[in-house]
Design a protein around this ligand. Structure first.
Ligand code: FES
Length: 159
């Protein structure tokens, strides 16, 4: 009888020791795993306002190209990219910001001022001053950015 209680006590102590060891291991392992895989699970960082430059650069009814360098973070990977945006205004107060990336296969469009349209040289597509498709294969208008003007500076939402 005494031998049986001794065995039970020993197995209880063994299980208790194992359980405490498992708890201590989990206490170290869980934050470590979260640190390692956390950035990959978070994905892309939230969008932020990107400063393009002065509103005074934009002439009335003339799309003006602005370029900005941005950092895109995906998990642990940080890429620096150039963002190119055409900004247009009819009245100097309200602005429209359009991507310069063609919606067909991603070539860069450029503003042809003497013809009043954007042109994509890859497949001869034409977009009007609003970025709508005038001719060619693109399936939709040029993408737009949310834009704001503050203290004489233009900002687009991106990232
Ligand atoms: S990529 Fe612009 S028309 Fe094809």
């Amino acid at each position: 009888m005494e031998e049986s209680q001794d065995i039970n006590r020993r197995s209880f102590m063994s299980i208790a020791t194992w359980a405490i060891g498992a708890l201590i291991s989990a206490a170290f392992a869980i934050p470590g795993v979260a640190y390692i895989i956390g950035p990959a699970l978070r994905g892309r960082e939230a969008q932020e306002w990107i400063r393009l430059g002065s509103t005074s650069k934009v002439e009335l009814n003339v799309p003006t190209l602005f370029k900005a360098r941005i950092q895109r973070k995906t998990g642990w990977i940080v890429n620096e990219e150039e963002l190119a945006v055409y900004v247009r205004t009819d009245n100097g107060r309200d602005f429209v910001a359009m991507s310069n990336i063609c919606t067909h296969l991603g070539c860069r469009v450029r503003w042809i001022s003497d013809q009043d349209h954007f042109f994509c040289p890859c497949h001869n597509a034409v977009f009007d001053t609003e970025g709508n498709v005038a001719s060619g294969p693109p399936p939709r208008a040029l993408d737009r950015f949310e834009v704001k003007a503050e203290d004489g500076q233009l900002y687009v939402l991106g990232g």
